[in-house]
Design a protein around this ligand. Structure first.
Ligand code: PLP
Length: 394
């Protein structure tokens, strides 16, 4: 038996999504820009998918730009807005506010802009892993052009304040981007309630295919394309449309909408059972982030005196797939910037695991993980020099 508990990394393609896509990988292979009937069939399918994605977000279909995924959507939102807006500001508004716990698609886009003279404020967060709207208010300047704060954090699952930041942005006449890659399909998403001008989502996090996403662009929000080519996607994103991917995304969005009422309730019960069992059976484990403000499927746990990477590998060997937030660069494991931002030491951050559940997670898989995890943690702790000096943690 295996337990896949890494749905925040990616989700399996739903069988209904695959079925919808297949015809567009075989018989209906037309280019959606072609005039002939094969092209028109592809165009009609892309339009239907656009309607479905727009319906998931409470948006107009004309406000949806298909992209290659969440990373491109975040880049297009931030770089596209700044490049469309900055010249008009004629040296004026050149300041962005974001948070320290954003995904690298946002953080690195902001860092790239810093190289070009744009100033960026990275709002810190406390141990709850939630951005304080007052900090955003305090960071506002006359030159601020954009606020980019995610909806649900990918590592902790914590939900960032919803309407408040939108109100602050509207009052200050500042554009507001929200990375909703991890909240789509888990929380209701209505672009008007969220008060956003730009919102990123990705198909492979909602049981759709990899390599396709969307950016919602509120009518009237200036966004310049970030590469050059034809007039696709209303001149905002050139390139022949990924028709099968977009069709799959549309079907996945329909399923996400249909499942939104019941699915999180089923998943939260499984997540809570897993978390409780781990806390009850293993000493010195703590839950990271505010447990009262998180999406239903995620738990992030620090296990004192046990390396996260070693646990990950050992768990994989016994059949449990989960994740560390750590990034491996040049052979060294960098602790997660999110866990450091909420105040964990590098050692604590390196001894943390994220378990994320999803549509196909069964009660049996959770039982299997509950049985496997304590044995792996105890075995690794017995080998760890730190276990001798281990102190109890919350
Ligand atoms: N934003 C968040 C919050 C994410 O969790 C991810 C992926 O993990 C992305 C953006 C990037 O999305 P994609 O994998 O579609 O490029």
């Amino acid at each position: 038996m295996r337990a896949y508990l890494d749905y925040n990394a990616t989700t399996p393609v739903d069988p209904a999504v695959l079925e919808a896509m297949l015809a567009f990988l075989t018989d209906n292979f037309g280019n959606a820009s072609s005039i002939h009937s094969a092209g028109q069939r592809a165009r009609a399918a892309v339009d239907r998918a656009r309607d479905s994605v727009a319906a998931l977000l409470g948006a107009k279909p004309s406000e949806i730009v298909f992209t290659s995924g969440g990373t491109e959507s975040d880049n297009l939102a931030i770089l596209g807005l700044i490049s469309a807006f900055a010249p008009k500001a004629a040296g004026g508004r050149k300041h962005i506010i974001t948070s320290a716990i954003e995904h690298h698609a946002v953080l690195n886009s902001c860092q790239a802009l810093e190289q070009q003279g744009i100033e960026v404020t990275y709002i810190p967060v406390g141990s709850a892993g939630v951005v304080d709207p007052d900090e955003i208010r305090r960071a506002l300047r006359a030159e601020t052009v954009l606020i980019s704060v995610m909806h649900a954090n990918n590592e902790l699952g914590t939900i960032q304040p919803i309407g408040e930041i939108g109100c602050i942005a509207a009052e200050a006449d500042v554009y507001f981007h929200r990375d909703a890659v991890q909240s789509a399909g888990k929380l209701p998403l209505d672009v008007n309630q969220l008060g956003v001008d730009l919102l990123s989502i990705s198909a492979h996090k909602i049981y759709g295919p990899k390599g396709v996403g969307a950016l919602y662009v509120r009518s009237g929000t200036p966004v310049s394309p970030q590469f050059h080519g034809g007039h696709h996607e209303r001149d905002r994103r050139p390139g022949t449309e990924n028709v099968p991917g977009i069709v799959g995304f549309g079907r996945a969005a329909e399923l996400a909408r249909a499942n939104l009422a019941a699915e999180p309730q089923r998943i939260v019960a499984l997540r809570d059972r897993l978390e409780r069992a781990i806390l009850d059976s293993i000493s010195s484990v703590r839950v990271n982030g505010d447990v009262t403000r998180r999406v239903a499927n995620t738990t992030n746990l620090s296990f004192a005196a046990a390396g996260g990477e070693a646990m990950l590998i050992a768990l994989d060997l016994v059949g449990v797939a989960c994740s560390t937030g750590a990034a491996c660069s040049s052979g060294a494991v960098e602790p997660s910037h999110v866990l450091l931002a909420i105040g964990l030491s590098p050692d604590e951050a390196r001894s943390s695991l994220r378990f994320s559940l999803g549509r196909q997670t069964t009660s049996e898989e959770v039982d299997f993980a509950i049985a496997a995890i304590p044995e792996v943690v105890e075995r690794l702790r017995a080998l760890s020099p730190r276990s001798a000096t281990m102190v109890a943690v919350r």
